[in-house]
Write a protein that binds this ligand. Structure first.
Ligand code: CO
Length: 166
């Protein structure tokens, strides 16, 4: 049974590490399979739509993106060692927040589309092109793996009662 972990909050230094790549042979381990379930459960418990492993204190390259961010996808996306490529030239600003930075929103420029590649929880390589909000979430979560927070990129940062979901 997956538990729910507390979200690591800014300015905790664990949010500022460049996280380690995960060895593919470890993906099938009970530890990492449970971590997948725990991250998904934690994301939903906090009304989030994306979560990166450093946000639950795990030093490893793993992100989850909720299916509601993914047009037409029937299940949540769980990706080990995610890589972004094929960034669109087009960019867009939109309001963004983060589960780890409560009480603040800001406008962040992101590429409109990106290709997200990596390995799913079954150890299978996957690659998909994401656009708009899904692309934004992927860029935000991959930033977390490199110790980058949206507040590093945002303009017009402002306090908000609304909780960030990424
Ligand atoms: Co975040």
């Amino acid at each position: 049974m997956a538990s729910i972990l507390p979200i690591v909050l800014h300015p905790d230094e664990r949010l500022r590490r460049v996280t380690s790549k995960i060895e593919l042979v470890r993906i099938a381990s009970d530890e990492l399979q449970l971590l997948c379930d725990t991250m998904v459960a934690t994301m939903y418990a906090d009304d989030g739509i994306g979560l990166a492993a450093p946000q639950v204190g795990f030093d490893g390259r793993l992100i989850v993106i909720g299916k509601n961010a993914l047009n037409g996808q029937k299940s949540d996306l769980i990706i080990f060692n995610p890589e972004l490529s094929s960034y669109s030239l087009n960019t867009t600003f939109d309001e963004e927040g983060c589960l780890s930075v409560p009480g603040i929103l800001g406008e962040v420029e992101r590429h409109v589309s990106v290709t997200l590649s990596g390995v799913n929880r079954n150890g299978t390589s996957i690659s998909l092109t994401l656009t708009d909000f899904a692309a934004r979430v992927a860029q935000h979560e991959c930033d977390h793996l490199n110790g980058v927070l949206f507040i590093d990129r945002a303009r017009a940062i402002h306090p908000s009662q609304q909780r960030g979901k990424l």
